[in-house]
Ligand binder design. Sequence first.
Ligand SMILES: [Zn+2]
Ligand SMILES: [Zn+2]
Length: 216
Amino acid sequence: MPQKRSASGNPKDQQDRGDETEGISEWKKRAPYKIHDSNEDFPVRYEASCHCGQVKYQLKRETPLASKLCHCTTCQTQHAAPFQWAAIFHKEDINFSHGHHKLEWYDPTEKSIEHKLPCKVRCSYCHSPIMDEGRKMILLFPTLIHFKKDSDKERFKPQCHMFYNERVIDIPDGLPKWTGLNDSSELIEDSPPEMVKELEKKRENEQKKSEKSEKE
Ligand SMILES: [Zn+2]
Ligand SMILES: [Zn+2]
């Protein structure tokens, strides 16, 4: 059997690591891995790099779409840390300026190192976690960004805790704390009381609505 799997014509195989395939792999041409030309409109707002510096990237969006702390056990294991800090961006917001061919993938659901979404993305040399690549968004780890101003770092301040039930340590910071995914689980511990009330009201209304539609 020939080893060049890219020749199979199976689109899944074209997402394989670039080193093992011929020519430019499909994934390198698509966001978030697509390299922007210097004449393209990509205003660099932030610069970031992994621990060894072989992977470098730029961001054009000033404020992340959201910033969260995740206490789930997968994040604990994958980051060897009590919890993970992630900022959400569009795939088009990132430009790898160096070493974007030196990336490796891991899909924690299937425990596979193939490029299947959603997956974890790391530097293949120092293994620093770079981001989680979802189907539509990317979750970057702001600890890699070289913040030049405190006001910039402020924009990345976490807004909530997720999977707080799985936590290693209590963090009484008054931020909303979800038992699982935000907005689809329960608010617990020292979550802002007005948010808890609001959520209860919302759930009550939804309950009434579904009861009403059942009767109709
Ligand atoms: Zn590295
Ligand atoms: Zn997590």
